[in-house]
Design a protein around this ligand. Structure first.
Ligand SMILES: [Zn+2]
Ligand SMILES: [Zn+2]
Length: 173
C-alpha cells in the first residue's frame, strides 16, 4: 500500500488496492472484521495536487462484522467515497501541525502509505450495532445459546434468579 511519489509523477496513477483478511486482522485487531467472497477494494486515483497529493476513490465491498445480538458474522455492504490529501512532512513544521486538518495525512521520504487512511475509512464504515438479520433472536442471556440456531424456552424469571443467585454467592465469599 506504499507508493513512491517519483512513481506517481506529474500525471498521477490509477489505483486498485485489494483489502485482504490478513491485512484487516493486522490493522484492525480489535474490530473482529472479516471479508465475504465479495471482498473489498479501494479503487481510485492518486495524483499531485498543490503541494501534496490527492487520493480520490471509492472503497467498495462487503465486511463481516460481529452481529450486535448473536455475535455471528453479519455482512455489511460498504461503499464509501475516499478523499484524502497527503502532504509531505518537512522538518519542524512536521506531521502534527498538518494532521490537525481533517483528511490530511502526512508522509515522509517520498513514500505515501495508504494503510492508515484506508484503515480509518474501514473503521468509519462499520455501523453501530450491526445485526446479521433484522429478526436476529440473539444469544439467550440465560443459557448462552444462539437462539437463531437453538431456540430455547428459558424464562426470564429463571434468569433473574440465577443471576442474583450468582451475585449473592460472590458476595458471601
Ligand atoms: Zn445475529
Ligand atoms: Zn436459553
Amino acid at each position: 500500500m506504499r507508493y513512491k511519489t517519483k512513481d506517481i509523477g506529474e500525471g498521477g496513477i490509477d489505483l486498485r488496492v485489494a483489502v485482504t483478511a490478513a491485512w484487516l486482522a493486522a490493522e484492525c485487531p480489535d474490530a473482529s472484521l472479516g471479508l465475504t467472497k465479495a471482498g473489498m477494494c479501494l479503487e481510485g486515483r492518486l495524483e499531485p495536487a498543490g503541494e501534496g497529493y490527492l487520493l480520490r476513490g471509492t472503497l467498495r465491498g462487503e465486511l463481516l462484522v460481529p452481529c450486535a445480538r448473536c455475535l455471528e458474522p453479519a455482512p455489511v455492504a460498504v461503499e464509501s467515497p475516499v478523499d484524502v490529501t497527503f502532504v509531505e512532512a518537512s522538518g519542524d513544521t512536521g506531521a502534527n501541525a498538518q494532521e490537525t486538518q481533517e483528511d490530511v495525512v502526512s508522509f515522509e521520504h517520498g513514500t505515501i502509505d495508504l494503510g492508515r487512511p484506508l484503515r480509518d475509512e474501514i473503521l468509519l464504515a462499520v455501523p453501530m450495532g450491526p445485526v446479521c438479520r433484522p429478526d436476529c433472536a440473539g444469544i439467550c442471556p440465560a443459557c448462552g445459546r444462539n437462539r437463531n440456531l437453538t431456540p430455547c424456552d428459558c424464562d426470564t424469571r429463571a434468569l433473574e434468579t440465577s443471576k442474583f443467585g450468582v451475585l449473592a454467592k460472590i458476595k458471601l465469599q
